[in-house]
Write a protein that binds this ligand. Structure first.
Ligand SMILES: NC(=O)c1ccc[n+]([C@@H]2O[C@H](COP(=O)([O-])OP(=O)(O)OC[C@H]3O[C@@H](n4cnc5c(N)ncnc54)[C@H](OP(=O)(O)O)[C@@H]3O)[C@@H](O)[C@H]2O)c1
Length: 319
């Protein structure tokens, strides 16, 4: 795909948390952009209606349909070159409908399934997290079996999402911060705008075809304790650290009902076990900041400066 002939990109889940960033990045980078979204109804949430209008004003083509509408999917796929799925975790298995439609359409140059987290073929979590990873792995295997050109993206932690969850910057009265395990495991916090922009670049890059791309930006590697110290320096405040031992997370993963047992298992893998960085990149792996050295990504230090002046809304219920 030459830069002068920019690919047309179809995004599933484009109205969602990370999907919105992807749609904006796709438009910013000059791609004709399509979003496949469930139909609006009189009961649709006003925010969703407004988002559709915003997308339309940006020039996005919105296709309303269900994942089960095979003909509509095939027709939509035939209008584009590249497909990015940002469907939420519960809909990961439903991506098989996209895989089937891509096989029939026959024109798709690249498919990025909904991943954007840990490198699931090299990470093993507690059983509730492992079950989630297994669903994502199954889609990988279906894509490979179908011979669809793919790129798998391991974006690691979304920075705004996790900083918001860990530090709760909007809460000015807060005196303590929860630390998972010892707080010393290194993690990777990558800002959502960068995740989205790298993903659009990756989806169109001949170097990334049938490869795994890991977003391991060097300035975004730090431990929870380092993150808290950095925040203390910026805010001029001191926070009491409340440690939740790893064993307590294990126990909660065994006793909480599904799906509440999933977030504690994810926290255990990332913050206690340090799974984001406990493997070396292989010769075949690609790393985003190396692929695109000209992209000036937002560092975690810079993101905290933004949150200091403009704290994000309270964290959503996911964790
Ligand atoms: N690395 C990280 O830190 C991190 C954090 C969060 C998520 N993730 C990953 O990022 C990916 C996207 O997650 P997200 O949280 O951004 O998704 P999300 O916001 O929960 O949902 C994305 C969109 O999917 C569509 N959708 C929701 N329910 C659906 C259903 N029942 N059937 C069909 N479509 C449905 C909706 O779009 P319409 O209403 O327009 O159809 C929704 O806006 C997932 O793979 C997730 O695991 C990673």
């Amino acid at each position: 795909m030459e830069d002068s002939v920019r690919s047309k990109i179809l995004i599933f889940g484009g109205t969602g948390y990370i999907g919105k960033y992807m749609v904006k990045a796709s438009i910013k980078l000059g791609h004709e952009t399509f979003v496949y979204t469930r139909p609006l109804t009189p009961q649709s949430n006003q925010n969703k209606v407004n988002l559709h209008k915003e997308f339309q004003s940006m020039g996005v083509t919105i296709v309303q349909g269900e994942l089960e509408e095979h003909e509509k999917l095939v027709d939509t796929l035939r209008r584009v070159d590249v497909v990015i799925s940002a469907l939420p975790f519960p809909q990961v298995p439903d991506q098989i409908h996209i895989v089937e439609a891509i096989k029939v359409a026959g024109n798709i140059k690249r498919f990025l399934p909904s991943e954007f987290g840990v490198e699931e073929d090299r990470v093993k979590g507690l059983p509730p997290f492992e079950a989630c990873l297994e669903k994502k792995r199954k889609i990988r295997r279906a894509v490979e079996e179908a011979g669809i050109p793919y790129t798998y993206v391991s974006a690691n932690c979304f920075a705004a999402y996790f900083v918001n969850y860990l530090l709760r910057p909007h809460d000015q009265d807060r005196e303590d911060i929860v630390v998972y395990g010892s707080g010393e495991a290194k993690v990777l916090l990558n800002y959502e705008e960068d995740v989205a922009e790298y993903t659009i670049k990756v989806a169109n890059d001949p170097r990334t075809c049938n490869r795994i791309v890991i977003y391991r930006m060097p300035k975004n590697i730090l431990s929870q304790l380092e993150l808290i110290s950095l925040w203390e320096k910026k805010t001029g405040r001191n926070f009491k650290r409340i440690h939740v031992p790893g064993e307590e997370l294990v126990k909660l993963s065994e006793t909480l009902p599904h799906p509440d047992n999933v977030p504690v298992s994810v926290l255990h893998s990332i913050f206690v076990k340090g799974v984001l960085l406990n493997f070396e990149l292989r010769e075949n792996d690609l790393e985003a900041s190396c692929l695109y050295p000209d992209h000036d990504y937002t560092t975690i230090d810079q993101l905290l400066d933004v949150f200091l002046v403009n704290p994000p809304k309270p964290a959503s219920a996911a964790f």
